[in-house]
Design a protein around this ligand. Structure first.
Ligand code: ARG
Length: 437
């Protein structure tokens, strides 16, 4: 970042005589954030320039010079040679100013029929569209890991919980598959968000459109959008796509946080259901016996920023009059931050799961210890002895209490003991008392 100061107000032509104050420059500059959209900005400019030439709005020579210059700038940025300047405010002005250094006067023609307002809205939609592709790719990779674990553990019994109390026996596969279902909805939500945002604001100009004979369909198509946005005021000021993206990320993070919480619980010696690999755990600097599930805790903790970013963006947008307002410049930071966070969370969860080992013996014995077949017993009484469910529930309660007093598992009770509670019970009852059955 250059610290050399120029008069950024010179960018606005003749009207300004004074330089902006230092603090004005600081509050106004977004380059530290929006430089991340440089490829999108250059692609948007290339499409716009090509359209201007095609429509005869600028000459082919100028267009060629602009496009060559833009490609050179892309090379400079990629090579890490480009000097981003805070006094040039944002990525758009940084690139345009460099274009002027390289090709001179024709650079000034690129901005014909365009404003930074439709430019930034276009860049940001392009960026978010691509971010969603990357998130979906990671979600699918995590889903694959979960599917493989489901296959592997299809027959491994564990207690299913309600109120975090052992409730009924289930398989580990079924438990993990629940997260697979959540992730599938998360993926569909991202896809839905992506399809809605894929409209091109270019041509909205500052807010009212532009008198030049531009071809909005051409630029939209060139940039892979479905079509241009319909209303120019909405085109420059709509950021509900950012809200939607932030919600999708927050919701995915929330699902991962639930899974993270279970991993944390399961990794305690008290549960002992899962062992995380060393790669995905940390030690304690003071307690040598500790192996901590930090990655899972951080996935759980990231929901703070994911939720915060959504609230931040919605708060910025609330009450904004049409059309563009500089408040909107606050839109990128939360979106970039949520993207980074959710990408990390998904990948960390994938890494943790694919290297973890599940202690299926501990799960089985927890299922047996927790009287989890009590509901199956009640259902048996209903189905085989035709008891009303409420009575079956009562009989079962008495049998569970008996096992509790004897400190044994349900299937360890004698038939005669159970028959004392209800004489109709036969030895077929043992079919449902063992969790494995
Ligand atoms: N950096 C600005 C943003 O992100 C670009 C648009 C500036 N437009 C304006 N009218 N000042 O919103």
């Amino acid at each position: 970042m250059s610290t050399e100061k120029t008069n950024s107000n010179q960018m606005w032509g003749g009207r300004f005589e004074e330089k902006p104050s230092d603090i004005m420059e600081q509050i106004n500059a977004s380059i530290d954030i929006d430089r991340r959209m440089w490829t999108q900005d250059i692609r948007g400019s290339l499409a716009h320039c090509e359209m201007l030439v095609k429509q005869g709005i600028i000459s082919k020579d100028d267009g060629d010079a602009i496009m060559k210059g833009l490609k050179q700038i892309a090379g400079e940025i990629e090579a890490g040679e480009f000097v981003f300047r805070r006094d040039l405010e944002d990525i758009h002005m940084n690139i345009e100013s460099r274009l002027k250094d390289i090709i001179g006067e024709p650079a000034g023609r690129l901005h014909t029929g365009r404003s930074r307002n439709d430019q930034v809205a276009t860049d940001f939609r392009l960026w978010t569209r691509e971010a969603i592709d990357n998130v979906i790719e990671q979600i699918e990779a995590l889903q694959n890991v979960i599917s493989k674990l489901c296959e592997k553990h299809a027959g491994d019994v564990m207690p299913g919980f309600t109120h975090l109390q052992a409730a009924q026996p289930i398989t580990l596969a079924k438990h993990l598959d629940a997260y697979g279902c959540m992730l599938n909805r998360d993926k569909l939500r991202f896809m839905d968000c992506q399809s809605r945002l894929n409209k091109c604001p270019l041509g909205s100009a500052a807010l009212a459109g532009t008198p030049y004979p531009i071809d909005r369909d051409f630029t939209a198509k060139k940039l892979g959008f479905d079509r241009p946005t319909l209303n120019t005021l909405d085109g420059v000021s709509a950021r509900d796509f950012a809200n939607e993206f932030l919600f999708c990320a927050a919701q995915t993070g929330l699902h991962l946080s639930r899974l993270a919480e279970e991993i944390i619980l399961w990794a305690t010696p008290q549960f002992g259901f899962i062992r995380l690999s060393d790669q995905w755990s940390t030690g304690s600097s003071i307690m040598p016996q500790k192996k901590n599930p930090d990655a899972a805790e951080l996935v759980r903790g990231k929901t703070g920023r994911l939720n915060g970013n959504l609230i931040q963006m919605m708060t910025v947008l609330k009450g904004l009059p049409l059309a563009y307002n500089k408040d909107l410049q606050e839109d990128k930071e939360p979106v970039f931050d949520s993207y980074d966070a959710i990408m990390l969370c998904i990948q960390a969860m994938k890494g943790m799961l694919e290297t973890a080992t599940f202690n299926t013996d501990a799960m089985l014995s927890a299922a047996e210890d927790g009287y989890t077949t009590a509901t199956a017993l009640a259902d048996w009484l209903v189905m085989k002895l035709d008891l009303p469910f409420r009575e079956a529930h009562h009989v079962t309660g008495a049998i569970v209490k008996m096992a509790e007093n004897k400190n044994c598992k349900l299937h360890e009770l004698e038939l005669t003991e159970m028959q004392a509670v209800h004489p109709g019970i036969t030895d077929k009852i043992y079919d449902v008392l063992r969790v494995k059955k």
